[in-house]
Design a protein around this ligand. Sequence first.
Ligand code: TYM
Length: 324
Amino acid sequence: MRIFSGIQPTGQLHIGNYLGATKQWVELQKNQECIFSIVDLHSLTIPYDPINFQKKIMETAIAHLAIGIEPEKSLLFVQSQVKEHTELTWLLNTICPVGELQRMTQYKEKSRQFKKNINAGLLNYPILMAADILLYQTDIVPIGKDQKQHLELTKMLAKKFNQKFGETFKIPKTQIPKIGAKIMALNNPKKKMSKSIPQSCLFLFDEPKTIRKKIMSAVTDTGKTIKYDLKRKPGISNLLTIYSLFSEKPVKELEKKFKGKGYAEFKKQLAELLIVKLEPFQRKRKELVAREVYIKEILNQGAKKAQTIARTTLQQVKQKMGLL
Ligand code: TYM
């Protein structure tokens, strides 16, 4: 099976990215052919700082190696270094109805969030994502719930292309984890944890002091009991989900463990658990930060190998579309 997934280099990796997506990547690379991309071109659609953008791309690469992506097992590359992504995007543009793009939830949300910068790239964003996936004849795309709608569009485009020009693209399957597909914001459990809202996040490389502070002040619900109840207790339910995934203990067991104990005790233990579980990632990251040449080499090799696959698909597409 070929796996493809991507992540934006807009900010640090948070536990939502990890539990929703990248933790699965680390597992999948053990037995599948995995291709992971740092999708820098997607990040240009919201305001960013070109001066430190390269640094962010490098930090994102380091973060993935630190959590366990192994270059011997997975391809890791930067999207803009494989030009086939933008070329296929244009070609897919010509078969994608504008109405489909306008109804995308992320487009609507980002247009509200960045009112002064509603650019065409923001609208066409899911087409670039479809190109990412379809170029590699992907079988499975492991993602969090927020990307599901974009995957539906990808499938629609692949089917439409195949119908119009003849069988070309594999139709990918979406893989969304049963638990942890949507980790909620620490400052507002009704919204998702999101890189573009830093105060909503617990980052994988936060210091122990910061972890304690963020967890202790995470917004919770009125009441006292530690019980999973998404409707009435979204804050505690979110923290229980995080606890359960990091401790590998079912929520039911945690409810029993914390019976009769208050929110403060629960949060204290969650913070300590996170400090212990995140420490190995932080240690690995510190080792990697100084090895810029090594990281660049991994990315260059990744891009070269990715391009070999991408080029073959793109040639077929151009031929089918009647280009020279
Ligand atoms: P991005 O960079 O926002 O997020 C990377 C991955 O993390 C997941 N995720 C979450 N999962 C659970 N809870 C959360 N709060 C949470 N926040 C983010 C996302 O679902 C995603 O899987 N458009 C994509 C990147 C992309 C891509 C692709 C993904 C570009 N091309 C092709 C898959 C295939 C994005 O912005 O992800």
